[in-house]
Ligand binder design. Structure first.
Ligand code: ADP
Length: 474
């Protein structure tokens, strides 16, 4: 993060593990691309550095070429030559013309040998580059999820050319669980100029022992540089009026298109189409404990009891969870009202957002969550647990203590089946018993603004302040 000496134009370099659509596993990829595009639209120069995975979606990268230079990096007593590819990522599929360049680095030392190499960058910067006078950049560490901390043997610091003795200390990078392990997320909190996380509520939650996953003391020590900014969504990529993945495009004043997508999804998944007014409840998620898998499972059966249809799109990196859902999937293979699709499928996810009437997100914790915002943009009403970013973006329809224009979904507090079931039932009853009021709710949520236009300026302001502070110290 640097700025030109003449103007307010920032040079922002995002170093990230994901970037939609070229390399996306979950929300991080969406966020990197959405924030980059929003900052670029504001006139800043934005570059994204991602590893050159074998599975990159090459058709989304234009003019990919190898730079005629080698950047060397040190690993285990040897210097490695890193090839760097540069290209532009433009979302022609999604009909936007924003471009920004991306560096794709295949570096054994930086990207293959280290777990969580991205978070090593802050200590690397202060330890190796600043003493050589390369000190004009400021570092902002944005943590998307404090659950993934990637602790590693302290000796790996030495392999990387860093001073193990200096860094493996309780007030620096030492992991809370063992003296001979270092924690890159902790290092990033300690050594970055600014630390952000992805919603104001999550920024509070991680200060407690339950939410901080061992990092709460470090986060509290550095609370002055710690801020929560709610993610936005990329409203070009997620736009029901232009979405090429839909059967029919639609907008809030013409909901017939939404009904056609519902019919199309039912046909595609071979669900019963007998009753147009049968609510379709969906869930699109990674099936990991964070997402409340027991509540997701419960919702399938409860939705059927309430007379609705249920569609799940998700897969799990945890073998037991994957097996359990495969069994449920088998059980409902030919059911007329429930279908589980256990894979990652971008195109199908768009159709499900458009087709569904409600989307459930019963997370145990949720740093921000994007699916509730995407769902609303497509007129699917979110039913969520009040945690993290869900608490900052979804407000209960029946809660009289909240101004009515904010009320945009159904929420519950305690992560148990009963409370979740009540919220689901209230939503289904609303849908079944008052079609007009439901339609108004659908139109309202579709018109809410969850674009980066609100959040990108907050990042911009933070970046500017940090660069200005650095300059005033020179
Ligand atoms: P997380 O980053 O924790 O996975 P988010 O709600 O922040 O959760 O982001 C999830 C993103 O991944 C959304 O864009 C969602 O549509 C997408 N997604 C999750 N599971 C799938 C799937 N099985 N197929 C397609 N897209 C998925």
């Amino acid at each position: 993060l640097t700025s030109s000496t003449t103007g307010e134009r920032l040079h922002v370099i995002h170093i990230a593990a994901e970037m939609a659509p070229v390399a996306k596993v979950g929300g991080l990829g969406d966020v990197v691309t959405g924030l980059s595009k929003a900052l670029q639209r504001k006139g800043h120069l934005v570059e994204v550095v991602v590893p050159k995975y074998d599975c990159l979606q090459y058709e989304s990268i234009r003019d990919l070429k190898v730079l005629n230079m080698h950047v060397e990096s040190y690993f285990d007593g040897r210097l490695f030559k890193n090839k760097i590819w540069v290209g532009s990522v433009e979302d022609s599929l999604r009909r936007t013309d924003t471009r920004f360049s991306a560096f794709f680095c295949a570096s054994r030392a930086f990207f293959l040998k280290f777990p969580c190499c991205y978070m090593w960058q802050a200590p690397l910067y202060w330890d190796l580059y600043v003493p050589k006078g390369l000190d004009s950049a400021r570092i902002c560490f944005t943590c998307h999820n404090f659950e993934y901390q990637g602790s590693a043997p302290a000796s790996e610091l030495g392999s990387c050319g860093l001073d193990v003795h200096q860094l493996n200390r309780p007030d620096r990078m030492q992991d809370h669980s063992a003296h001979d392990r270092v924690n890159p997320v902790k290092g990033a909190v300690v050594f970055s100029n600014i630390v952000t996380t992805v919603s104001p509520t999550y920024a509070q939650e991680v200060r407690s022992s339950e939410g901080g996953r061992g990092l709460q003391d470090t986060i509290n020590t550095y609370s002055k540089k710690f801020v929560g900014i709610l993610n936005g969504i990329d409203t070009d990529a997620w736009n029901p009026a232009t979405d090429p993945f839909l059967k029919v495009q639609y907008h809030s004043n013409d909901l017939d298109g939404k009904a056609e997508n519902k019919a199309a999804l039912r046909r595609y998944l071979q669900l019963s189409s007998v009753n147009d007014r049968q609510p379709l409840v969906a869930c699109i998620t990674r099936l990991v404990p964070q997402k409340g898998v027991h509540l997701i499972r419960h919702a399938i059966y409860r939705t059927l009891e309430l007379g609705g249809q249920f569609v799940l799109l998700g897969s799990s990196p945890v073998p037991e969870i994957q097996r359990e859902f495969e069994e449920i999937c088998d059980h409902f293979k030919t059911h007329e009202h429930a279908r589980l699709v256990l894979k990652y499928d971008e195109a199908l996810s768009h159709l499900i957002y458009a087709a569904s009437d409600m989307l459930i997100i019963p997370s145990i914790f949720e740093p921000c969550g994007l699916t509730q915002m995407i769902a609303m943009r497509y007129g699917s009403v979110p039913i969520v647990r009040k945690t993290g970013g869900l608490n900052d973006s979804v407000f209960d329809f029946d809660d009289d203590t909240i101004p009515s224009h904010y009320r945009n979904g159904y929420t519950f507090l305690t992560a148990n089946e009963q409370d979740f079931s009540n919220a689901l039932q209230l939503a289904v009853n609303h849908y079944m018993n008052d079609a007009d009021s439901w339609k108004q709710l659908v139109q309202k949520v579709m018109n809410l603004d969850f674009s980066w236009d609100s959040s990108a300026p907050l990042y911009e302001e933070l970046y500017h302040k940090s660069v200005a502070r650095a300059r005033s110290r020179k």
